[in-house]
Design a protein. Structure first.
Length: 185
């Protein structure tokens, strides 16, 4: 086994990334306190070819020094849009035929590993504030909640970690053509 060099990774240029087909998933960040978390989500969305990020309320938005530090340039590649309220973002998403899910521990939530979505279904996932989570009024406007099962004493994950877990699970069954040529173990 040998670690791959940067040249062997097949990195896309900014232009190639922007021209690439994206997964029909939009990440919504509702009142995220940490600009570092926002930047980390940009980086994850770039890695997984996510369609866009909707930034809500007081969440930091580019250009921002702390976003730039953790996004490592992904703030230049991933499309994003700012909304004052989650209500405005959800209205736009629903008008564009997205199913909208809060990522939250809630009654009747869909367990992430058991949730199933149609192949080309347009999905938006809302991640909430690091302390208070997704606002109840936002949950009330969603089509449902997706919950990451947690087994330990702590029942919360950092927003950037939660985004990575959820986005990977949403696209993992769809990526085989995108990683052609890589050896699977």
């Amino acid at each position: 086994m040998r670690k791959l060099s940067m040249a062997e990774l097949g990195r896309k240029s900014v232009e190639e990334f922007k021209g690439s087909a994206k997964f029909p998933i939009i990440v919504v960040l509702e009142n995220i306190r940490s600009a570092y978390n926002v930047g980390s989500v940009f980086r994850t969305c770039d890695a997984f070819l996510i369609e866009a990020i909707y930034i809500i309320g007081y969440s930091a938005k580019p250009p921002h020094k702390e976003i730039k530090k953790t996004a490592l340039g992904a703030e230049e590649t991933v499309l994003w849009k700012h909304f004052k309220t989650a209500k405005e973002a959800i209205e736009e998403l629903k008008s564009e035929k997205y199913k909208v899910y809060a990522v939250e521990q809630a009654e009747n939530s869909y367990k992430l590993h058991a949730a199933s979505f149609r192949q080309n279904e347009k999905i938006a996932v809302i991640f909430g504030n690091e302390v208070t989570g997704v606002e109840q009024s936002t949950i009330d406007s969603c089509d449902g909640c997706i919950e990451i099962p947690q087994l330990g004493m702590k029942h919360s994950l950092n927003i950037a970690t939660a985004a990575g877990v959820v986005l990977w699970e949403l696209i993992r069954s769809k990526i085989a053509p995108a990683v052609k040529g890589r050896t699977e173990h």
